[in-house]
Design a protein around this ligand. Sequence first.
Ligand SMILES: [Zn+2]
Length: 249
Amino acid sequence: MIDTHLHLEELGDVTEVVEEAVDAGVSGMIAMGVDLERSRIALSLAHRHSEVWAAVGHFPLEPVDPDVDALRELAVDGRVVAIGEIGLDFEEAGDVDRTRQIERLDTLFGLAQELSLPVSIHNRGAGDELVQAIRRHPGVRGVMHYFALEWEWAERFLDLGFYLLFAGLITRPSRTGLREVVKRCPADRLLLETDSPYGNAHKRMGVPNRPAYLLDTAEVVAELRGLQLKELDELETENVMTLFTRIRS
Ligand SMILES: [Zn+2]
């Protein structure tokens, strides 16, 4: 299976982290970029490790506006498989107001459309605005990263053709509404992530997350959906190949 969203440059010895993940059954990972410099790092890691692909992006609360031309220069590289992490964050305190976040997102969606790359979306408290932004960019496709909402929201993003990305949060038994989404998500729209070093599974609270721990989440998803781990692995890998088309080539 593939960890489709993590921050690999924050995890220390990357060679060791990647080897540990592969040993655990995580055959690939997509390293996100949250600003230009870290997008460059993600790409350099993707060049150094055959199991790693990169996404280039700009986190919504970054103080400076994205340098779209520089991101485009990186994104033409075949090891870049997505534009991310991008999105809207209306909950975290920051200096970037909502209008500016939405303008930036429109620009980055434009880049994704131009390059036919999927997007990895961060959403905190901005569901309606995200739905509108996606509608303004027909053909934009991608994932709702760290999906944490109820079915009503899941349905809205699924209707727009988006995939749902499940992280360690779903392993918490208290998240009944979210676990319902895990059960009901169409099989061809389900993806997995760790969001390492964030997004810990229930049993590893307080420990920096690692891609090897994707299995914690996968085990719970498999159980909730009545699948063998191997079946989930095949299904998720197939979804990854369908959405992140550059991984196939
Ligand atoms: Zn992230």
